[in-house]
Design a protein around this ligand. Sequence first.
Ligand SMILES: Cc1cc2nc3c(=O)[nH]c(=O)nc-3n(C[C@H](O)[C@H](O)[C@H](O)COP(=O)(O)OP(=O)(O)OC[C@H]3O[C@@H](n4cnc5c(N)ncnc54)[C@H](O)[C@@H]3O)c2cc1C
Ligand code: FES
Length: 343
Amino acid sequence: MTSYRIALNFEDGVTRFVECKAGEKVLDAAFRNKINLPMDCSDGVCGTCKCRAESGSYDLGDDYIEDALTADEAAEGLVLTCQMIPSSDCVIAVPTTSLACKTGQQSFAATVAKVEPHKDAAIVLELDVDPTGTAPAFLPGQYVNIDVPGTGLSRSYSFSSAPGEGRIGFLIKTIPGGLMSGWLARAKPGDRLNLTGPLGSFYLRDVQRPLLLLAGGTGLAPFLSMLEVLARAGSTQTIHLIYGVTRDLDLVLTDALEAYAARLPNFTYSTVVAEAASTHPRKGWVTQHMPEELIAAGDFDTYLCGPPPMVDAVRRYFDENGIRPASFHYEKFTPNVALKESA
Ligand SMILES: Cc1cc2nc3c(=O)[nH]c(=O)nc-3n(C[C@H](O)[C@H](O)[C@H](O)COP(=O)(O)OP(=O)(O)OC[C@H]3O[C@@H](n4cnc5c(N)ncnc54)[C@H](O)[C@@H]3O)c2cc1C
Ligand code: FES
């Protein structure tokens, strides 16, 4: 029987996935999965179950009243989950915490399959998820918390692989003296890890207009996941990615970007290196290499991911130059410990 996968993205960043049977209302599917979405009348009258559909197609029927959901709200993508019958996979932003809905983060175990250092700059980590564990369903762009074995602490990492795979991938910056970096330097295939997630509101929305993707360093990771999803979907949308790094050796996985340029007909990318000593053809910051034509046309969505100073600099640049994309989504790779003065 047909069913649709509904991602419920809570205010605290937790995402839970539920299967919604054909003809089933989202509220009922969530309850069947022991997730108590906000509700009162369950009859389209009170508006308590109002959420925002971020993507997907659905029918709200005509059994609800204007007081519960106005025509303008419906046109903006607001939905009543007690009335909403999906006709595709959907992503729904729920305006409350997962805890308030009696659900929460999910944990799963995985085994290290590959640890591949890229010079001293970054590590590609691949994990095989336990076949008996919870399937790591996530939205492209989201992250998980990975426990650093033996420390009781965890670090956040964005998936670089596409959702739905038993093998999941990450691209992790090498931080000298870093807790996770130290563990990864000793890690070997067969080592076990615990993960919690998926998390985050930085994920690819319905692609309706050109995309400008801005990556700083290993902030490339979530874009690799998005590009894989777009390539599999046969996207013909215009997509431009700017990948900015500090040093020449930080430019990793450009072969993966080349492969996406071959698979996605309207995907282009450019690389930029900041350090003065670099011989790279494009020097400086990503803001100095914006695609003028795309920016001038105005109608594009922007996704930005990287270290906090880079994310802040790009946001400031957009503000100061009056650049207002149709939508703007960003993720900061904020360290768990405050950055040192000199960093
Ligand atoms: C939502 C989210 C997603 C993230 N996804 C990724 C990802 O996909 N890939 C990735 O590489 N990182 C990612 N990060 C950052 C990651 O969680 C860790 O902070 C980072 O890997 C450092 O961990 P560590 O244990 O090696 O170093 P720590 O032990 O945490 O830090 C050691 C020292 O290094 C400093 N430090 C930490 N990070 C940096 C830095 N970038 N530059 C300079 N000094 C630093 C710290 O302040 C501290 O003094 C993400 C962070 C967030 C919040
Ligand atoms: S629960 Fe009252 S309108 Fe949906």
